[in-house]
Design a protein around this ligand. Structure first.
Ligand code: PGA
Length: 254
C-alpha cells in the first residue's frame, strides 16, 4: 500500500504567535486527513515542546531538524536525541544540505547521528542529494551511493529498516527550481535498488520522499510517481494554507 509522508521543515522560522495560529488551522482539518498520509511538523528546537502540546492526540507527528552527535554531557548549546524523545519527537531530519554546508557536517558525523537516533527507536529522515556540479558531471548516482554507503558502513546492512530517506537535490533546495518528477522517480528507484543489494526487507518498506522547491502546484506530479513516497517541504510549509493544500492533494492521490 502506498503511503505518503509529508514533512514540514520550518527551518529557522516562526514565533509563538504564528505557530499557534498555524497549528489551530492544521488541527481543525487534521481529523479529515487520510490515514494513509503521515504528517510531520519539524519546528525549530526551541518550539518542539510547545508544538507537541498542540498536536498531541491528533494524527500529526513531531519532527526535529537536527540532533547532537552525543547523548549527554558537556556539550554546550546542543540537544540530544534522548531529549528529543522526551519531548515527543518521533522523526529526526539528518544530513540536511544546510547542515552539511553551514555546520560542516560530513557523512561520518551524519552516520553517527543516524546510529544514535535508531538506537533510541526514533525515525531518521536521512537527506541525501547531489550538488549542481555533481549533476552536471553525471555524478548523481555516485554521490548518492557515497552518502548511503557511509550509513551502511557504520550501522550495518539493515540500517535502513524503519527509516525515511529524503532525496533532496542540493541545487533545488530553496531555489524555486524543482527537479523533473520523472527523473526523481528514476533516482528513487536507484536508491531502493541500491539498498536492496544489502537488505531486501529495508528496500521493500523504505519510504523515499522528495524535497526541493515543492509547492502545491508541483505536488501532484511528484506524488503520482510510484516510488515517490512523500515530500520534505521547506518554504511552502510555512503558510498553513499552502501546506494544507499539499496535504489535500496527497490525500486525493492515495
Ligand atoms: P524548499 O526546502 O522546499 O524551501 O526548497 C526543502 C528542504 O530544505 O527540505
Amino acid at each position: 500500500m502506498k503511503k505518503n509522508i509529508i514533512v514540514a521543515n520550518w527551518k529557522l522560522n516562526g514565533d509563538i504567535k504564528t505557530i499557534s495560529c498555524y497549528l489551530t488551522y492544521l488541527k481543525l482539518r487534521s481529523s479529515s486527513f487520510s490515514k494513509k498520509n503521515i504528517i510531520v511538523i519539524a519546528p525549530p528546537t526551541v518550539f518542539l515542546e510547545r508544538v507537541y502540546k498542540d498536536i498531541n492526540n491528533t494524527n500529526i507527528c513531531l519532527g526535529a531538524q537536527n540532533v547532537d552527535v552525543n547523548l549527554t554531557g558537556a556539550f554546550t548549546g546542543e540537544n540530544s536525541a534522548l531529549m528529543m524523545k522526551d519531548v515527543g519527537v518521533k522523526y529526526i531530519i539528518l544530513g540536511h544540505s544546510e547542515r552539511r554546508l553551514f555546520h560542516n557536517e560530513n557523512n561520518e558525523i551524519i552516520a553517527k547521528k543516524f546510529s544514535l537516533v535508531k538506537k533510541l527507536n526514533l525515525i531518521p529522515i536521512l537527506c541525501i542529494g547531489e550538488t549542481e556540479i555533481e549533476k552536471k558531471s553525471n555524478k548523481t548516482e555516485k554521490s548518492l551511493k557515497i552518502q548511503l554507503k557511509s550509513i551502511l558502513n557504520v550501522c550495518g546492512e539493515k540500517a535502513f529498516r524503519n527509516t525515511v530517506i529524503a532525496y533532496e537535490p542540493v541545487w533545488s533546495i530553496g531555489t524555486g527550481i524543482s527537479a523533473d518528477p520523472k527523473n526523481v522517480q528514476l533516482i528513487h528507484q536507484f536508491i531502493k535498488n541500491y539498498i536492496k543489494k544489502y537488505d531486501s526487507v529495508s528496500a521493500e518498506n523504505l519510504i523515499v520522499q522528495y524535497g526541493g522547491s515543492v509547492n502545491s502546484l508541483n505536488t501532484e506530479n511528484f506524488l503520482k510517481q510510484p516510488d515517490v513516497n512523500g515530500l520534505l517541504i521547506g518554504s511552502a510549509s510555512l503558510k498553513h494554507e499552502e501546506f494544507l493544500k499539499i496535504i489535500k492533494i496527497s490525500d486525493n492521490i492515495l
